[in-house]
Design a protein around this ligand. Structure first.
Ligand code: GDP
Ligand code: MG
Length: 160
């Protein structure tokens, strides 16, 4: 359409998804990656990293006043994590839906949290809650040269 040149290509929206230390220890890295891959989303960055407290305090800065904050930082710094960047149409919102509610007891079966965990303090994965926070988190966890730019060969089979 006449507008197409001015509209952001929605297939390049990005979100920050991270397998938390409990997800890594419980062998759920592949399962979590598989769900995003088979949905049709494109993996553009992925690494293993044992995050320090400074990085985690920045990541969760908006929760610093919460009573559970010290426990959250201890949990998240207890082992290696697998931070990732996924790309695709409405991937921020869909990523949150695929993860399920923050508290796994409220996460629907079929979601990642709803299928694999029970406690809010051991909810195995993180997902950005908005496009702006996704940008902030991607910049916090990845160098620009760690995020790959490539075209998926499935593109025309996933998007109309
Ligand atoms: P998320 O975006 O769904 O991960 O949820 P939030 O941004 O609200 O919280 C970040 C993380 O803090 C959650 O994923 C939980 O691991 C943890 N968290 C949130 N609320 C609570 C709580 O009430 N108690 C505990 N122990 N941890 C919590
Ligand atoms: Mg959050």
């Amino acid at each position: 359409s006449i507008f197409s040149a001015f509209v952001t290509d929605m297939t390049t929206e990005r979100t920050f998804i991270m397998v938390k230390p409990d997800g890594v220890q419980r062998g759920l890295v592949g399962e979590i990656i598989k769900r995003f891959e088979t949905r049709g989303y494109k993996l553009v960055a992925c690494k293993m990293l044992w995050p320090g407290q400074d990085l985690l305090k920045k990541h969760y800065a908006e929760l610093s006043d919460k009573p559970f904050f010290p426990k959250l930082i201890a949990y998240m710094s207890s082992g290696p994590c697998v931070p990732m960047v996924w790309e695709g149409r409405e991937v921020v919102k869909m990523g949150r839906m695929m993860l399920g509610a923050t508290n796994p007891l409220q996460s629907n079966p079929g979601t990642i949290r709803g299928d694999f965990c029970i406690d809010v303090g051991r909810n195995i994965c993180h997902g950005s809650d908005g496009v702006e926070s996704a940008k902030r988190e991607i910049d916090l966890w990845f160098q620009p040269n760690e995020v790959a730019k490539y075209e998926s060969h499935s593109k025309d089979w996933v998007y109309e």
